[in-house]
Write a new protein. Structure first.
Length: 99
């Protein structure tokens, strides 16, 4: 809101706090970290594309890379306690996570 409405470039310089910390304090923090959320969203989009175009080998290859990155990032977030230790990425239920 500060950036869009009032033209403040850096919220931290005004509030001495980061945006995510402000959201957590008010109970509005997302359940998934932002970068992991966008990786899952990208994987869902590529999987949806592959349903229509089965022969797209480049998309198949990049889906493998994206899902490897999801597993790598989720392992980091489990170790740093941002995700529960039993959280697991499953491609079948990924669409429900981002919708």
């Amino acid at each position: 809101v500060l950036r869009d409405s009032h033209g403040v470039a850096q919220v931290k310089s005004v509030t001495n706090n980061r945006i995510l910390r402000i959201l957590k304090a008010n109970g509005f923090a997302p359940e998934l970290p932002e970068d992991l959320y966008h990786l899952i969203k990208k994987a869902v989009q590529v999987r949806k594309h592959l349903e229509r175009s089965r022969k797209d080998k480049d998309a198949k290859f990049h889906l493998i890379l994206i899902e490897a990155r999801i597993h790598r990032v989720s392992r980091y977030y489990k170790e740093s306690k941002h995700l529960p230790p039993n959280w697991k990425y499953q491609s079948a239920t990924a669409a429900a996570l981002v919708s």
